[in-house]
Design a protein. Structure first.
Length: 148
């Protein structure tokens, strides 16, 4: 059986070895995810130029979806993810990350500017200069989180 690991770096090797001894296969494309009980995962496995990279969640600026394609953005570049946005929302620490639309999750500390609009939306400028919209569905949740 294939399993994807979503655990802290400190315990990754230990858990990987234990599962391999028990006959499991570790794969980033597995349907089953083993996640450590904690306040969100410490890293995500992403793909860049055909290579699997472990991205620390503290490096994430935002994650967006384009249909079935999920792209993770950091200051260093863009990476592809295999998880769906709903799965990522559960995996990431809710105190550090927030969904702001049906297609975007932001790191709360990545917001540089907040511009309100007349139509119950916000336009956010993130640390890397990217602008993203907080849609009406997430407007009140965002206001509450930022004390606006």
């Amino acid at each position: 059986m294939e399993i994807k690991l979503s655990v802290s770096e400190e315990r990754y090797t230990q858990i990987e070895q234990l599962l391999l001894e028990k006959g499991f296969t570790i794969s980033d494309t597995a349907d089953f995810i083993l996640q450590e009980r904690q306040k969100g995962t410490a890293f995500l496995n992403a793909i860049q130029n055909g290579e699997v990279c472990r991205i620390r969640t503290e490096e994430i600026i935002f994650i967006e979806s384009f249909g079935k394609s999920i792209v993770l953005h950091t200051m260093d570049g863009e990476y592809e993810l295999s998880e769906r946005l709903k799965e990522l929302e559960v995996m990431l620490d809710a105190e550090r990350f927030m969904r702001i639309s049906n297609s975007v999750i932001i790191a709360k500390n990545s917001v540089a500017k907040i511009k309100p609009t007349f139509s119950m939306k916000f336009i956010l400028t993130l640390k890397n200069g990217t602008q993203v919209d907080v849609t009406r569905s997430y407007y009140y949740k965002f206001r509450e989180a930022y004390g606006i």
